[in-house]
Design a protein around this ligand. Structure first.
Ligand code: FES
Length: 156
């Protein structure tokens, strides 16, 4: 049976105990799990549902609703590309094309070395910087293919 590692479980309990209703911690807990593993193992949802004291299908529904959560094809670095309206108008397509060219993969795919995955997502809340992308927790404005190349080279 799948068990959450002790240190991860402790962090999840901190979130769960912070809220008046345990299930309000669901998003924070899912982020915590994703940060820990680099993705969300499907088997981790059952112990999480138990901590939150909600039915398993409630947690499964949240994971599948949000495209910020990855349940498969883990990569060391997730490149989240905002494809919402402002970023779209400001050039998220060029950003995606540049990423595909540099990394040789399509959105949703992982590079053969397991390093990068391109994940199109909805508004990242930094519209004034559009077009925006994030490499794990680091946020960037797309300026040019050369600048993008330089940014990616920092991630080893
Ligand atoms: S539309 Fe891209 S960050 Fe808001």
């Amino acid at each position: 049976m799948f068990e959450l590692p002790k240190e991860l479980k402790e962090k999840l309990l901190e979130h769960v105990n912070y809220f008046p209703r345990k299930e309000q911690a669901v998003l924070l807990c899912l982020h915590e799990i994703q940060n820990y593993y680099g993705y969300i193992p499907w088997e981790s949802l059952k112990p999480l549902a138990e901590l939150l004291e909600v039915p398993l299908n409630r947690v499964e529904g949240v994971v599948t609703f949000y495209d910020m959560f990855d349940t498969q094809d883990r990569a060391k670095y997730r490149i989240r590309v905002c494809v919402s309206i402002v970023c779209h108008l400001m050039g998220s397509n060029e950003l995606l094309k540049a990423l595909e060219k540099i990394l040789g993969i399509k959105p949703g795919q992982v590079t053969p070395d397991g390093k990068f995955k391109i994940v199109p997502v909805q508004c990242l809340g930094a519209c004034s910087e559009a077009p925006v992308f994030m490499v794990n927790d680091d946020e960037y404005k797309f300026e040019s293919e050369e600048a993008l190349h330089e940014i990616l080279s920092r991630y080893t």
